[in-house]
Design a binder for this molecule. Structure first.
Ligand code: SAM
Length: 213
């Protein structure tokens, strides 16, 4: 999978869909609140991958008003909405592809909501390496996202995308949870769990070990 092209597809799609995005994704707020619920007490520095308009940051700043968040998104238009939020002064926004921009390091937590289900296993492994490197030892990774329960479903989407990436705009290619678990383990993550949210979305949690792998 060409990750550069994939990121470009996302930018084009979300730049166009920014207006009205919060109305559509506001209906999925419970999935986003689950991230805040799962974060341990005392979290201060966080990286949000694919932060978009920052919907998941609304409950997050209610619970952690002193948090410092770095928000990365390839759509400047989506980040434009985030920058109007009341907590915007506590967020550093970076417009770019999270595979390419420096993510920073020593975060207490890396979070993501509805943004990481567009990659094949090689791409996901590369992303997990970057996330692992960005976390401090013992830091947590929490992702509310789409995952499949079976590898068969994963393979159907990946095959459809490979055959014709333009079959429909913004084609989802979620991976199966057992594949995700293996990728996270390969990179060094421990305490990996998947909690069912609304049937399509799951909350994936993992922890960076205190020993380098
Ligand atoms: C469905 S939106 C989720 C926005 C927000 N996290 C939420 O839950 O409402 C997915 C976001 O991920 C961003 N995105 C997708 N691929 C990206 C990439 N490779 N680098 C940076 N941002 C990306 C898109 O631009 C979009 O804003």
């Amino acid at each position: 999978m060409n990750l550069k092209l994939r990121a470009q597809e996302m930018k084009v799609f979300f730049d166009r869909k920014t207006e009205g995005y919060d109305d559509v994704h506001g209906a999925l707020m419970e999935n986003k609140i689950a991230i805040t619920r799962a974060l341990p007490d005392g979290i201060r520095t966080m990286l949000d991958l694919g932060a978009g308009t920052g919907l998941e940051l609304i409950p997050l700043f209610d619970r952690f008003p002193d948090a410092c968040v770095t928000a990365i998104d390839i759509s400047e238009s989506m980040l434009g909405v985030l920058k109007t939020r009341p907590f915007a002064d506590r967020v550093v926004c970076i417009a770019g592809n999270f595979f390419e921009v420096p993510l920073g390091c020593d975060y207490d937590a890396v979070i993501s909501s509805a943004a990481l289900h567009h990659f094949d296993p090689d791409g996901k492994r590369a992303l997990y390496r970057l996330i692992y490197a960005a976390l401090k030892p013992g830091g947590v990774y929490i992702n509310s996202d789409r995952f499949y329960e079976s590898i068969e479903d994963q393979e159907i989407d990946l095959r459809d995308y490979a055959e014709d990436p333009n079959r429909w705009p913004h084609m989802d290619t979620p991976l199966a949870m057992e594949v995700e678990r293996a990728l996270l383990e390969t990179v060094g993550f421990t305490d990996i769990t998947f909690e069912a949210l609304d049937g399509r979305y799951w909350l994936n949690r993992a922890r960076k070990g205190t020993v380098s792998v």
